[in-house]
Write a protein that binds this ligand. Structure first.
Ligand code: ZN
Length: 117
């Protein structure tokens, strides 16, 4: 029986940990920790685990610390790619009119206006 679950029957002073007293069946009880404080068992277990936890947290923090730099470089790369694309659109050569640019061989002679008689 653990101290933090131990109950004192208020009718027959039996110590138990059930919902009702196993001796007299009374449901009135008080936790023993009311008079005897019981420290949490988890505190000591966590203290033993603390160095590993600290290392884990350091690794997590280091990983988080590295990610903003990566995000910065990704952002810069995206900005540069967008700028190059926009510059390419802005400074691209003007579209040529294909039939006229190829030369006089393919050029169609200008039409003479039809004469009406
Ligand atoms: Zn009892």
């Amino acid at each position: 029986m653990q101290l933090h679950t131990a109950r004192l029957c208020l009718d027959c002073q039996e110590v138990h940990e059930a919902g009702a007293c196993p001796v007299c069946g009374s449901e009135s009880f008080a936790f023993i920790t009311r008079w005897i404080p019981a420290p949490e068992r988890r505190l000591t277990a966590r203290a033993e685990r603390a160095p590993n936890d600290v290392d884990t947290y350091r690794q997590l923090l280091a990983a988080d610390g590295a990610s903003p730099k990566t995000h910065q470089w990704l952002k810069r790369g995206a900005v540069v790619a967008a700028a190059v694309t926009v510059a390419g659109w802005l400074f691209r050569p003007a579209p040529k009119k294909a039939p006229m640019a190829r030369g006089p061989a393919n050029a169609t002679p200008p039409r003479e206006p039809e004469r009406q008689s």
